[in-house]
Write a protein that binds this ligand. Sequence first.
Ligand SMILES: Nc1ncnc2c1ncn2[C@@H]1O[C@H](COP(=O)(O)OP(=O)(O)OP(=O)(O)O)[C@@H](O)[C@H]1O
Length: 443
Amino acid sequence: PALAPIPDELPDEEEATRVVCLVKNKQPLGATIKRNEITGEIFIARVIHGGLADRSGLLHAGDRIIEVNGFPVDGLEPEQQARSHGTIMFKVIPMTERAVHNQTMLYVRAMVDYSPQQDPSIPCADAGMSFRKGDVLEIVDQSDALWWQARKLPSSVACAGLVPSSNMLKRSVCHSVSLATAKSTGFRRSMRLCRRRAHSVTQASCHTRCSSSCSSALCCPYEEVVRHQRHPEDTHRLLALVGPSSVGVNELRRRLIEMNPAVFFGPIPHTTRAPRGYEESGREYHFTSREVFDNMVYNNRFLEYGEYKGNLYGTSIQSVKDILINGKMCIIDIEPNAIQAVRTHELRAYIIYVKPPPLERLRESRRESKDIHPKAGFPAQDEDFQEMEDSARKMETHYGQFFDHVMVNNDLQDSCVQLLTAVTRAQDEPQWVPSGWIRPTPE
Ligand SMILES: Nc1ncnc2c1ncn2[C@@H]1O[C@H](COP(=O)(O)OP(=O)(O)OP(=O)(O)O)[C@@H](O)[C@H]1O
């Protein structure tokens, strides 16, 4: 900027000032300011990474603002500052000691939704960044204990936004977890534990194990993630399908295995029911006594288990591992509250959420299919379709943060192709995975 000539006599106590001139279009300044409550002085609180002020390199957190566009700022509220467009001139006293923060880049997956516009505690809502559960965020600045700066990935935007730090978010999230666990049970009418279930009906009584780590994981509003590419010699990631009852997860799983039975396998379930004449233990089921089954439950050996017509059925962790160790791809369908049990360092589950199409299309596709296969077991009543939509919505609300891939099961053929593409990508392309899977922390 053109500066006034320096007066001949400067008072001794005059501090060195810097005059900074920025030309602003519609973009924000990219800095937040705060007032010292005791002295009333106004300071730059933080400079947003990649924003206008940051790119100018001329304004820094801690600089004291004394004039804006030639007017002293004393006595003004921070909100009244720096809102104008066009040329904006700051006179600042530069901070004497600039804190140097060695930032290590942190990547997290958001476990909750956040909107700065609805957060009265954010220092500047305009500088805030909204995100949805499941979004991957690059945390570019954690120097402030309460407010971090982040970019949403994949990002084409250079400018970061303010997001609450992990600690800021924790309290409100723990509250919503208690709601989630209360409402989350009983989405599916049956557990798909039996591979041959022509005679299995709805209303099976289910108990799904939810490990104690479940709630603590949900209580972390950000999950640290890393970009990871599976080495061709590593075991495959477990493929886990979730979706509301009758959406078609079992049908899709069955078709995928049928398409390539040398590659895709479903785990062999355990049951306490007596074998039928043609059945062999280890082929259709692992037939076990109730005592052994109870013991396995006690030792947390099942991903899921349930009771149907007085017999217990369960999918053991070992039956999944057996497939993976043999170099095959294991595909299962699970209740959403078993998601935590498969998101482990060992199984590294890739969660595929199967969603129903919009109500009208759902009605059409299922009725068309019923005309072709009159014995098909899906619901045909409007209230069933509505129920499927409702439980899909609840599932997304409570578990959406864990979905690695979302697909709509509209046309079955298309869905099979989509599923095949998704599972191939899951195994062969880099993915964001919890950092603990790659760098396990000692227990
Ligand atoms: N895209 C589709 N179009 C038409 N029919 C479908 C489609 N997807 C699945 N179906 C049919 O819907 C019925 C229910 O599917 P499926 O048995 O796979 O449900 P599910 O999601 O496993 O539910 P649950 O475990 O509660 O029984 C089956 O008869 C299946 O053939």
